[in-house]
Design a protein around this ligand. Sequence first.
Ligand code: URA
Length: 236
Amino acid sequence: MDVQRLDRFVSSQMGEISRSAARDLIKKGGVEVNGAVERRPERRISPESDEISVSGAKIEYKKHLYIMLNKPAGVVCATRDGLSRSVIELLPKNLIRAGLFPAGRLDKDSVGFVLITDDGALAHRILSPKSHVKKKYFVRLKSPLSGDEEAAFAGGMAIYGGEKCLPAELRRLSEKECEVILCEGKYHQIKRMFSALGNEVVYLKRTEIAGIELDPALEEGRARELSLEEAAKLTL
Ligand code: URA
């Protein structure tokens, strides 16, 4: 069973509290373990079986966080970026904790669903092309679709630089709009696939990851935790 120091637990579960602030809070008597005030930051606790309260409110233990963010354009998929705002900086206070990172990247000018987590094993699994986890995108193009794209995408195209893509699905929606489903994530992949066919992507939005749809009620720039049902789809 996972056993850890009380100060580490408090700061990891309460995003806005640093380790030293957690230590001060504990020393001042603000933290209870199983109903009794505990002033020793080094006290070892078991998150699964001990009940920890801060200022009288029980901490709901979550081993990992799984967050859906609707990324706006102009924000980078990185933990930190010296120049541009990163997706992590868009998270509300209650969803911030150490170790969060975007599981999969969208380009700076792309928008839509970014999954943010601190679960490295899960991120590795959903990003590995071997896992065949599907990601769906809405694409708007500069020029009309020619009709040859479905077959080209399904056949596993070669893109600039000699890379070969896994078979992908394309569904035409209108003259210049389509949905694309990939089970891998090469750098600028969709843009390079259309570029290889003489077209250009003018708008790109990720709408689904692993069968979890981007919540239509989630405005650009907003984030929320996945529901239990949504999170269960990641482990299938
Ligand atoms: N393909 C791209 O070209 N860009 C993205 O952001 C995602 C997929």
